[in-house]
Design a protein around this ligand. Structure first.
Ligand code: MG
Length: 345
């Protein structure tokens, strides 16, 4: 097998203002695995706060390239990915880009879509959340209007304006809301008061209300809260599941946090054994990363895969969005086709 890769920068339609700072673009690296004239595609997307960037990903993939060359059978997914994982610690998004390309390639060899390989029912209604990018109550009416196709709104909280923002949204719509506090609340009594207040305003759950280190306070909050408390920053890879069991009601899985589809699928099966709720999310990604994650969407409780809707230029055709739902196709692998703007020169 041969591995190729290329760095790109995705521009956002609207700059993001979040707890980790304001951004108008994000670096990504696309990968391509080749075997017997067939191609599998992958993507690494690196939000700045996880420590990866173009240089680290390109450096890691140069090492991965040498390992990939030693394998002649792409079907040896477990062995190949465990060798890739051993190259260096961290580099999660870089590892995910290899994992995604490998699944895409193997799906094409089997001539099966990966949702079919996972036994996931694509006929289910796959409603995705749509992020309302706000940091102040002004302009909310326009943002709510832009999200008119979407049944589930995601709102980032964690500032002094939290109640004002939710109240202002409620002045315009009674759609269900999910809230991501991004570790923004430090006091467990305040967090519980917010959970009750949000629950009374038809908020479905709260993602990462408190800092990930505050395990005891979070376990207390989860036991008292009228709505589920979901781990995002607190859970990255499979090995973190044991730690958050009994502390959170559920987990947010992202391919860029957990090294890709292979581990994400195992996390879903294990979290179900623990009786936990599951959400699948994404970083700022093109239709490549999001179509990969969408292969697992029928297996989870909530879907937050709006990445391609928020960027100016996509580099792939993949899953479609219609009436607030993700529509999976039956193309083999992860179901993507690169656009003419993508090149691995
Ligand atoms: Mg989050």
């Amino acid at each position: 097998m041969k591995l190729r890769f290329a760095p790109y920068t995705l521009k956002f339609k609207r700059p993001f203002s979040i707890a980790h700072g304001s951004r108008d673009s994000t670096p990504v690296v696309f990968t391509r695995l080749e075997h017997n004239g067939m191609f599998g595609y992958g993507e690494a997307s690196m939000p700045p706060y996880l420590g990866e960037n173009h240089d680290t990903v390109l450096g890691f993939l140069s090492k991965a390239e040498k390992i990939i060359q030693q394998f002649s059978d792409p079907n040896e997914i477990e062995i190949i990915l465990s060798e890739i994982d051993k190259i260096e610690k961290g580099n999660i998004a870089a590892k995910a880009s290899v994992d995604i390309a490998l699944h895409d390639l193997v799906g094409k060899i089997k001539n099966k879509s990966y949702h079919e390989v996972f036994g996931a029912d694509k006929q289910k209604n796959l409603f995705t959340a749509y992020t309302i990018p706000i940091d102040e109550p002004e302009g909310i009416f326009d943002r709510v209007n832009e999200a008119k196709d979407y049944k589930l709104l995601k709102v980032k909280l964690g500032s002094a304006d939290d109640k004002k923002i939710i109240q202002e949204i409620r002045n315009h719509t009674d759609k269900k809301i999910i809230v991501d506090a991004n570790e923004g609340w430090n006091d467990k009594y305040f967090a519980l008061e917010m959970a009750h207040w949000l629950s009374e305003r038809n908020v479905l759950f709260i993602e990462q209300p408190m800092p990930k280190e505050n395990m005891d306070d979070t376990a207390w909050l989860t036991s008292q809260s009228p709505i589920p408390i979901i781990a995002d920053e607190a859970v990255q890879r499979f090995s973190d599941l044991e730690k958050v069991k009994g502390v959170y009601s559920g987990i947010n899985i992202k391919l860029m946090k957990c090294t890709g589809l292979n581990e994400a699928h195992k996390m879903i099966l294990q979290a179900r054994k623990y009786g936990m709720k599951i959400m699948i999310g994404c970083m700022s990604e093109t239709s490549c990363g999001v179509s990969a994650a969408a292969q697992l969407a029928p297996l989870v409780d909530w879907i937050d895969l709006d990445g391609p809707l928020l960027i100016k230029e996509d580099y792939f055709d993949g899953v479609k969005f219609s009436e607030g739902k993700i529509i999976l196709n039956d193309l083999p692998g992860i179901g993507v086709t690169p656009t003419s703007s993508l090149s691995f020169s």
